[in-house]
Design a protein around this ligand. Structure first.
Ligand SMILES: *[C@@H]1O[C@H](CO)[C@@H](O)[C@H](O)[C@H]1NC(C)=O
Ligand SMILES: *[C@@H]1O[C@H](CO)[C@@H](O)[C@H](O)[C@H]1NC(C)=O
Length: 187
């Protein structure tokens, strides 16, 4: 085989392998090291460490403007994790107040959600956690009312007791499996 082709292949491989090596809790996205979602830092390069957001909070999708940039601090934690309601937005430092993450409160009584990106009342807790089904929908100021499934198995978001026993064939479970498969293929 042509030696120069081999050399080019090696150089490309080396560049690719190098691009994949990032700091702690960081990943290479199109060749750029970014802190993983839920982490922030001024650099995600090899040898650097990204800091985890406070419990119940997370960042927007990783990018050089959301969670990995000069001056990045805890105010990059602008969103609430699944099953948390947002009561206050994140804030940049404004002396004497330090930077603050969004304020996120755990959804009550087995209600939940898929996360929150804006401030809202308890109605942000508008589904039920896995293993529970919804008996009353959330409404202004009130979270979903949730009852434990008889079988103890259901996917998050079930709205009737019959959904408790059909979790393995539900479209949400299929979607989740597909999402995990795609994520693992792209990782
Ligand atoms: C973040 O990095 C630490 C140290 O490598 C590791 O123990 C931890 O599991 C990581 N967190 C996540 C969510 O991957
Ligand atoms: C949770 O459930 C208890 C008992 O039913 C009730 O007293 C309480 O108000 C509920 N909390 C919220 C925030 O809905």
């Amino acid at each position: 085989m042509n030696k120069s082709i081999l050399l080019i292949a090696f150089v490309l491989f080396a560049a690719y392998a190098n691009a994949q090596t990032c700091g702690t809790n960081a990943s290479s996205v199109s060749g750029t090291c970014l802190c993983n979602q839920g982490y922030y830092g001024t650099s995600a390069a090899q040898g650097q460490t990204c800091t985890q957001c406070p419990t119940g909070t997370t960042t927007a999708a990783p990018s050089t403007t959301s969670n990995t940039m000069a001056g990045a601090d805890v105010s990059a934690c602008t969103q609430c994790s699944a099953n948390y309601q947002m009561t206050a937005v994140a804030a940049a430092a404004a002396a004497p107040a330090p930077a603050a993450a969004a304020t996120c409160v755990a959804c009550p009584n087995n209600s939940g959600n898929t996360g929150a990106t804006v401030v809202g009342d308890l109605s942000q807790c508008n589904i039920c956690k896995a293993g529970y089904y919804q008996t009353t929908a959330a409404s202004t100021g009130v979270a979903s009312a949730c009852q434990q499934c008889p079988s103890g198995t259901s996917v998050a978001g079930s709205t009737s007791s019959t959904a408790c026993t059909s979790s393995t064939t539900s479209s949400k479970m299929l979607f989740a499996s597909l999402a995990i498969l795609i994520t693992s293929l792209l990782a």
